[in-house]
Design a protein around this ligand. Structure first.
Ligand code: ZN
Length: 247
């Protein structure tokens, strides 16, 4: 059989084989990078987030202003928050890179890209076993809340988690543990409101979670459903927190 490439000049053959080699090289590199990224982004996301929470607890003490500014920005970006729920890898990747660049110059990890950096080394004096234990418990409770939210999402009671109001009924011990974080629970669960009540019956489980649809109006700035929306004449479409932020 006649070689179909026989009529090509040597230069054309070299160029053709070079371009095939380059294409293959990029395809293989891309596949490896994507595989690595997806593996670390999906399978270990939960572990990394849990690990990050612990590191952030320590970092928070030293970098309070910087981190609270970043977390404030993130908490206002509903599409970014949603990306963590839906495992939207591209949004998570791009947002991480954007934050990394905005911290350039103040960054203790000397890496060009967040994807080339390792996790920060936690200073031994920042280790706090008591705090780590509290976070473990908070994360366990949050996992239960997320499961309840997911169920109501499947039942079409809510769409996004911000459409939800969560009520936690807890035994006295869990109640007093959560009471210390009561003001932050809605942010922690990414819901519009979190109510905490105490159950005094001894046969009750540690806690139960009830999810209902928020009845308050939606704030057009933060997308939380809050009773305060509509109460400020100057900003009738904003909630109390957003009115404070824009004033
Ligand atoms: Zn708001």
């Amino acid at each position: 059989m006649k070689n179909p490439l026989a009529h090509l000049s040597l230069l054309s053959k070299i160029m053709l084989s070079t371009s095939i080699a380059i294409t293959l090289h990029f395809a293989v590199t891309g596949w490896i990078v994507q595989r690595q990224f997806f593996r670390s982004a999906s399978q270990t996301l939960e572990e990394e987030v849990q690990g990050s929470f612990k590191s952030y607890e320590s970092l928070w003490q030293a970098r309070a202003d910087q981190l609270s500014a970043v977390s404030m920005v993130l908490s206002r970006m509903s599409d970014v928050r949603a990306a963590f729920g839906t495992h939207d890898h591209l949004t998570i990747r791009d947002t991480a890179e954007e934050i990394w660049r905005s911290l350039a110059g103040q960054n203790p990890l000397d890496a060009e890209s967040v994807h080339l950096a390792g996790f920060p080394k936690v200073e031994p004096e920042w280790q706090d076993a008591g705090m780590a234990k509290k976070w473990e418990r908070l994360l366990e409770i949050r996992t239960a809340v997320q499961a309840a939210l997911e169920e109501q999402r499947r039942n079409k009671v809510i769409g996004s988690s911000l459409e939800a109001v969560v009520e936690i009924q807890a035994n006295p011990e869990t109640y007093s543990f959560l009471k210390a974080y009561e003001a932050d629970l809605s942010t922690f669960f990414i819901v519009s409101a979190a109510k905490l009540t105490e159950l005094r019956r001894p046969d009750e489980p540690e806690f139960t979670v009830a999810v209902s649809k928020a009845t308050a109006k939606k704030c057009e700035r933060c997308w939380n459903y809050r009773e305060a929306v509509g109460t400020n004449a100057a900003h009738p479409t904003l909630c109390d927190r957003c009115v404070e932020a824009v004033q």
